[in-house]
Design a binder for this molecule. Structure first.
Ligand code: GLN
Ligand code: ZN
Length: 752
């Protein structure tokens, strides 16, 4: 029989129940038992929802109090020494969040998602053992509720490959022989408890593998395949590509493949499947669109014909962790728009409908298929989605639109003449403290308890105050403070056509933190100017140059759920054209410096290096389209944080921003090496203040950082600024730090 399977379900709760419980527990408002109760309820709800949806294969151990990679670290007893005195939840949360005495472990993005995992720290003296039987406990817990689950484990090779070595000369994979016995012991226990199958996730199979990683996979599964339960190896976020032979040759009983990102791999997978069960990832686990079930059935049917129904499973492409929980909790969406969408709960229905149809024909799930076909047809034709004017403009956009009129050297001279800034100009990245009163006013305004006029007056007052403080601090290039913005993507999405917003569409970002990405459903255009009034108002308050602040097209794309009916590149270009209009209008309004933030440019890089160039080409072009319409004397800035640059320098240079500000203070200006090595020609503002920390840096430390910077980049091309925006900081630290920053710039100027 064709089975309907799931790989993982969101754990945060449809109403973010787990978030609330975690945060109350961390605050000390509730005890451990209360947290455990909420977590257990959440697991029970998830299992029940999946059983009720008719799933044949339901996962366990997909739940986590923080992160599944950290769970694996805890299970292996791979606890760094600095947490040695702690145990249980205290140790677990200390690793995730740090304590006064011990810094948290590093956190980084999980493949190309917006989910962050806790990076394992691998050291040579680590004694690994089965320190926690959480996966077994979860299996038994579900069994106690009458649900026989397929436990999920993060695979040993991916766990190691994502880790960072803390010992000289040690590669994380060197620890494989210490990790495998622990996995084998656990798998043995799971088999004994009755688990017939175990899902092991090895998402690194969708990346370029090193020889050592490929070898580790071979060795790992030669061992683990003997350990007890049948293993289904889950790969996702991309095709297997050149790892296909490796993946299909591993001695496991099943293989899950992502056919949303890589439908073209189906025939190769089927041809090499041997006697494996193949799980077809046909329902998009990374996006919120209702599936095209007829199209998916075409692929599923091919698999059933090749392997027979008993060796085929239908599943989401990856864990449903990356989509919101339940579309039924969206009262504001109209019926048509709703008919285009599927959140986790609805995707379960799609998986079962598809599995039944793959076995018995479309008629077995006629209602689901008809609804799917209707959604496909309506999305193809809807005037809410398709705007011929936008499409025509997009088609008429050429590389010329992405180029400034003159080369940088000429623009630089024109800008210097126009702006008359001192050497080492000082500025900030955009936002200033979003204090309690700002948040409160916004909330009241949203609720209708504060009139538009009163809210506008309040924001103007904050902006006036912010500009006055910057003048007093002696900054050279000012910003308005971004008090009117809740979020750098949402603010623009709400003003653009083609975007929609959900009420409860939360997705876990890290720990208890969730994001609610906008939905880009249609052709994007800008009905009205978005920031011009604020920029004009702020500029009217000062003689110094006021930066116009915009979010770039790639970042808007990257932090949204993006329509899947046209290439991302096309959607990005439409956003770029809308931003271009805003840039034009800002210039016309007398704004002489415009900053277009692209913090997400790097994280958009595809998983496979071979795909990087084509992404970078269109991403850079989009930035160009957005920024290029201005005169030479108008200065374009961009800002990027958390990025490494060495392997994307040609693209950064091709963006051709007059000034780029980057996060460098924590890395001690190391990131500048890439710019120096590349002979990056334009101006750079390396951050001299780590705004993620409440610490106020003194003048000397910032002067020191500036000297370091000046050692790799000629001082006449340097700007002086913090690492990022200041919205999470308080005014006292901001004023103190910026006072020091301005002093540091003046000190260095005197040395020129
Ligand atoms: N201009 C934005 C701010 O200052 C930039 C934020 C970011 O880079 N993430 O908040
Ligand atoms: Zn930033």
């Amino acid at each position: 029989m064709v089975k309907a399977a799931n790989l993982g379900f969101p754990r945060i709760g449809a109403k973010r129940e787990l978030k609330r419980a975690l945060e109350s527990y961390w605050k000390g408002d509730v005890d451990e038992a209360a947290l455990d109760r909420v977590a257990a309820e959440q697991r029970q709800k998830n299992w029940a929802a999946q059983r009720d949806a008719g799933l044949d294969v339901i996962p366990s151990n997909d739940f986590s109090l923080y992160d599944q990679v950290l769970d694996t670290t805890a299970m292996l007893g791979a606890v760094p020494d600095r947490f040695a005195g702690l145990s249980g939840k205290a140790a677990y949360f200390a690793m995730a969040r740090g304590t006064q005495a011990a810094a948290a472990m590093e956190m980084t993005k999980w493949f190309d998602t917006n989910y962050h995992y806790i990076v394992p720290e691998i050291s040579a003296d680590m004694n690994l053992s089965l320190a926690s039987t959480a996966p077994l406990d979860a299996y038994l817990e579900a069994k106690g509720q009458g649900v026989d689950t397929r436990p999920v484990l993060l695979g040993p090779v991916t766990w190691l490959a994502l880790g960072k070595s803390r010992s000289e000369g040690l590669a994380p994979l060197d620890l494989l022989d210490r990790v495998l016995p622990v996995y084998a012991e656990l798998l043995g226990k799971l088999a004994k408890a009755g688990a017939e199958w175990v899902q092991i996730d090895e998402p690194i199979l969708a990346r370029d593998l090193t020889v050592a990683e490929a070898d580790a996979l071979r060795r790992a599964y030669a061992t683990l395949a003997q350990a007890g339960p049948k293993l289904i190896l889950a790969t996702y976020f991309g095709g297997l590509g050149d790892n296909l032979d490796l993946a299909t040759s591993l001695p496991v009983a099943g293989l899950h493949v992502d056919l949303v990102r890589a439908p073209q791999q189906l025939d190769d997978v089927l041809a090499r499947a041997g006697d494996k069960v193949v799980s077809l990832g046909l329902i998009d686990g990374r996006n919120i669109w209702r599936a095209d079930l007829d199209k998916a059935l075409g692929l599923a049917t091919r698999a059933v014909e090749a392997l027979g129904p008993d060796r085929v499973q239908i599943a989401p492409s990856c864990s449903l962790l990356h989509v919101p929980v339940d579309l039924d909790l969206e009262p504001d969406l109209d019926d048509e728009f709703r008919s285009w969408l599927a959140f986790a709960c609805q995707k379960l229905g799609e998986v079962t409908a598809l599995a039944r149809a793959a076995e018995q024909g479309r008629g077995a799930s006629a209602a689901a298929f008809d609804a799917s076909a209707a959604a496909v047809a309506s999305r193809k034709a809807s005037r809410r989605i398709h705007d011929p004017k936008v499409k025509a403009r997009e088609a008429a956009t050429t590389a010329d639109h992405a180029r400034r009129q003159s080369p940088f050297a000429d623009r630089r001279a024109a800008q210097q003449a126009a702006l008359k800034l001192p050497a080492l100009p000082t500025t900030t990245i955009g936002s200033f403290p979003q204090t309690q009163d700002v948040r409160k006013a916004r909330a009241l305004h949203r609720k209708g308890a504060l009139t538009d006029d009163a809210y506008q007056a309040f924001l103007k007052d904050r902006t006036r105050d912010c500009v006055a403080r910057q003048e007093k601090l002696g900054l050279d290039v000012l910003v308005h403070g971004e008090f009117e913005r809740n979020d750098m993507v949402e603010y623009f999405g709400e003003k653009l056509d083609g975007f929609a917003f959900t009420r409860n569409g939360w997705v876990q970002s890290y720990g208890s933190r969730c994001v609610k990405p906008p939905v880009i459903f249609g052709d994007v255009s800008r009905p009205d100017p978005m920031t011009v009034d604020w920029a004009r108002f702020a500029q009217s308050l000062t003689d110094r140059p006021m930066k116009g602040m915009l979010t770039g097209p790639v970042t808007i794309l990257q932090w949204s759920f993006v329509r899947d009916d046209q290439p991302r590149r096309d959607t990005c270009r439409q956003i770029a054209l809308a931003i271009r209009d805003e840039v034009d209008d800002l210039e016309t309004a007398g704004i002489r410096i415009i900053q277009i933030d692209e913090p997400a440019l790097r994280e958009g890089l595809p998983l496979r290096q071979g795909d990087w160039q084509s992404y970078l080409d269109w991403a850079v072009e989009a930035f160009g389209v957005a920024s290029a319409p201005v005169r030479d004397e108008t200065q374009i800035h961009t800002h990027m944080c958390y990025a490494e640059f060495n392997d994307i320098m040609p693209a950064i240079a091709a963006m051709d921003a007059d000034v780029i500000s980057i996060e460098t203070s924590r890395s001690h200006m190391d990131l500048l090496d890439a710019f120096r090595a590349f002979d990056y020609p334009n101006d750079i503002g390396p951050g001299v203040w780590d705004i993620h920390s409440p610490r106020v840096p003194d003048t000397d430390s910032m002067t020191e950082l500036l000297r370091l910077a000046a050692a790799s980049i000629p001082a006449e091309r340097l700007w002086v600024n913090p690492d990022c925006g200041l919205k999470t900081r308080g005014w006292p630290e901001v004023e103190a730090s910026l006072t020091h920053l301005v002093r540091a710039a003046r000190t260095l100027r005197a040395e020129l």
